[in-house]
Design a protein around this ligand. Sequence first.
Ligand code: URA
Length: 433
Amino acid sequence: MRMTDLIEKKRDGLSLSQEEINWMIAGYTAGSIPDYQMSAMCMAILLRGMGDREVLDLTMAMLHSGEVLDLSPIAGIKADKHSTGGVGDKTSLVLCPMVAACGLKIAKMSGRGLGHTGGTIDKLESIPGFSTALTEEQFFDNVNRHGIAIMGQTADLAPADRKLYALRDVTGTVPSIPLIVSSIMSKKLASGADVIVLDVKCGDGSFMKTPEQAEVLADSLTRIGRLAGKKCAAIITDMDQPLGFAVGNALEVREAVQVLSGQEQGDLLKLCLVLGSCMLTEAGSAASREEAEQMLLDAVTSGRALAKLAEMVSAQGGDASVIYHPELLPSAPVQWELPCDQNGVIARIHAENVGLVSMKLGGGRATKEDVIDPAVGVVLHHKVGDSVAKGESLATVHAPDESHAHEALEALRACFDISEGPVTRPPFIHKIL
Ligand code: URA
């Protein structure tokens, strides 16, 4: 087989066979197909698209480029969740303990943050002592004992995707539905869960800017998941403003604790109830989404969901007392308020830019090598549609020093659009598929 022939075939809008796709991915992973040819192929796929059979073959080829986790030593139904990424997205910290408290097994591999988006692993590592580097044996053992474990993604999971994603990043080929679907699903399928629920974000803070684009992606993700034999559901949610209020690692853990202890009931809780009810119904643990939501709410009000988070933290070497006393989490030395400079209604909070403010404070990474400061970030005090008065605080900046705080306040001010007239609150959940 020759890579040039495959590139020309895709360039001319023809389908690649399973054999061709397997050969191409094996060759690219091994280094026998160079980056320049794979770049041309990615661009041809972006421009010409792929049918479901090709996307499934590409997904499976990438999945089998590395280790595939066999979760069969874990008893019960294993559920996993994936988010296409956002700002202030601490969903896993809330959802996973809630669902585990309802009896599903959560054996989750998560990633680190880059750019304006955060990562679950960084957030969990803001808990003193918490280890996300578990051996496979410890991981299985913890899930069997406690119903839940979250660890960092191992280097061996879908290595073809790691190489391909880095190439797409510098060749303008990230926004291709077949490439995104095969990238996400190869990693999700390699993680071995029976039930996969996908949170597809749309808006300013995500790479699908409209609900229509997000729906095309969500549709394709669920079709490929089901063709691969998994129970799969997706929801499309708004990322035109950050999720919840906190953006920054320890600050997000604190917010997750507030939601799990019933003290906060906004969009974050709503999202976890919808994702969790999809998981429980797909797993057959509840007959309807309403019944599942009630199970999840009971887990919160009874304190079982919060206790499950504390149990996981303890089992992974962390100081579980911070779950009941979040004031013990790392906190920033400089905490300054951002006063509103007019009366009005919040029309917009630019999610991506809020994520960048947190990153520049040290809460995120501009490059993979950057070291994170767990204490810093931003806590918003309002959502879009809220009325605000001149002088009222819009947000608190948590900074390592005064010079970072000055810079962050200036940048954060530009993230808010204040309107004089009424503002309709945007829909948060666009669709459940
Ligand atoms: N997230 C992924 O893992 N892959 C993509 O291609 C896009 C987002």
